[in-house]
Design a protein around this ligand. Structure first.
Ligand code: SF4
Length: 194
């Protein structure tokens, strides 16, 4: 049985991108429905509607009771010796780790749900029509365990995290106006001075 305290796997992606963003979007409900967000929702609906290939599983619900995470997989396709999990993204494929950690979490939940093994993950960009494959390594699996524990710890403290110091991420963040990272960092610097 899936209880309410199971973490949605999509939130792992947000947390790895920025813990403060995760908090603002999911705990304080500050997500602004802008064109980027709408495009993302439409992309996933199109993927799930175009599921004619009988070798692939699409729109698959998975759960890991061990990690207490649950989510939906866009595509699981059979490859030699196991499966590849494919996540469809609206924008260009980014070099950030959040997508890989999310897909590895999906892989762990897929394995627990089906008893099949996942060997690879892949991010498909609808904008560039590019697909980036990667190996699901033991290091990525370990990172999922650490991230899930960090999310549980953060939820237990109940405190909004500070802004991150990565301007390239803030530039593309849809909750930047609510977050005000530069202003908050300035205030935090002043209040921490003796
Ligand atoms: S603006 Fe930057 S610090 Fe604020 S939530 Fe977005 S990524 Fe995080």
């Amino acid at each position: 049985m899936i209880s309410e305290d199971y973490l949605p796997i999509s939130r792992i992606n947000q947390f790895v991108y920025c813990p403060r963003r995760f908090w603002l979007v999911f705990i304080e409900d500050s997500m602004q429905i802008d064109t980027q967000v709408l495009e993302g929702i439409v992309t996933h609906k199109v993927v799930h509607a175009n599921s004619a290939d009988s070798n692939r599983c699409t729109n698959l619900s998975v759960v890991s009771h061990r990690l207490k995470i649950t989510g939906l997989i866009d595509v699981a396709e059979p490859i030699l010796g196991g499966f590849r999990i494919i996540e469809h993204k609206r924008g260009s494929v980014q070099a950030w780790e959040n997508d890989q950690v999310q897909i590895t979490a999906q892989a762990i939940a897929f394995e627990e749900t089906t008893s099949a093994q996942v060997l690879e993950g892949s991010v498909f960009s609808w904008r560039s029509r590019r697909r980036d494959d990667f190996v699901i390594t033991p290091e990525l699996r370990e990172q999922v365990e650490v991230v899930v524990q960090s999310m549980v710890d953060l939820l237990t403290t109940g405190m909004r995290p500070a802004p991150i110091q990565e301007k390239h991420k803030c530039k593309n963040c849809s909750v930047r106006d609510v977050c005000q990272p530069t202003l908050v960092q300035k205030i935090n610097r002043r209040t921490s001075q003796p």
